[in-house]
Design a binder for this molecule. Sequence first.
Ligand SMILES: Cc1cc2nc3c(=O)[nH]c(=O)nc-3n(C[C@H](O)[C@H](O)[C@H](O)COP(=O)(O)O)c2cc1C
Length: 335
Amino acid sequence: MTDITHRKIDHIALALKSEHQTQALSTFDAVRFEHNALPELALSEIDISTHFLSQKITAPIMIGAMTGGCDKGDIINRHLAEAAEACNIPMAVGSQRAALEKNQNQSIRQHAPNAVILGNLGATQIQQQGIGLAQRAVEAINANALVIHINPLQELVQQGGDRDWQQVLDAIYHCADKLTVPVIVKEVGAGISPSNAQKLEQAGIKWIEVAGRGGTNWASIELARNQLPQEKSIAAPFIDWGMDTVALIPAINKTCPALNLIGSGGVRHGLDVARCIRLGASVSALAQPFLAPALESKEAVIEKITVLQEQLRWAMFLTGSGNLQALRKVPLQTQ
Ligand SMILES: Cc1cc2nc3c(=O)[nH]c(=O)nc-3n(C[C@H](O)[C@H](O)[C@H](O)COP(=O)(O)O)c2cc1C
């Protein structure tokens, strides 16, 4: 087993533990919709469908990036892909780095021939190995888009992580310019700031996944894995570093109104999905909440998606929103 495969297995085990979720109260809960006691709608008539990357999807809910393929990763991805296909929602795979390095067959498309499937690589891998790696990631799974993750905090805390981030923006620019599919840039839980978003937009990026602070805490996970006492004591004050998803979505929207946003990082139920949409995201992604159901079965993942969709519908009912366009305009409580 390679180091990367070991690392991904550790990540799955640690991500399941509640101690590695952001410990502060969720800032999503402070986003309160004005209650509409006169919805003038039938719950059954509410339309939660939307378009994503030119494809109609059933709901603005995406399965966030988790695994590209390690031993446990294969079964996780299979359950996620089968459920994404059955429910017609998009799914992002986790980093394909290990699978590409081992020339491993990536079978995700077999399980989701029609769903929107997103590939995934770290920006530093593309910076080090070039755009050819990115094109291989896309082709290996016939991806509808490539997600490039930027995770400098995680890399710092991770023992042996990448610490040379020069020319990363350049590598992203080349991908946006040359790849045959759209490129989405995401963080992993520390968030993308409005000024980062501006730079990415100038580099040709049209989609950003916010992946802000509030959910899975990657500094905490990597700190638990790091064996070096000195590195652990350097990392300790950064455990809570990052910018909250709830603050970032409207802030990026204001700075870069033409950018399309995926709201993620701490989204835990369908009401949070509704909040992301109201704050300005086109789609919302959840990663960790899909992990336990994905370890269980396709049916468990479908059940999770069904609950999320119904919670979104309830939020729309209680705000009198017949569709997502209407939800984007409903009033929020000011205090
Ligand atoms: C087990 C696990 C593995 C992850 N692996 C990746 C990865 O390979 N690539 C990536 O871009 N993000 C990865 N992430 C980060 C998520 O996509 C997401 O941005 C982050 O966890 C915040 O969302 P959450 O609070 O809903 O978990 C992973 C998350 C989890 C829980």
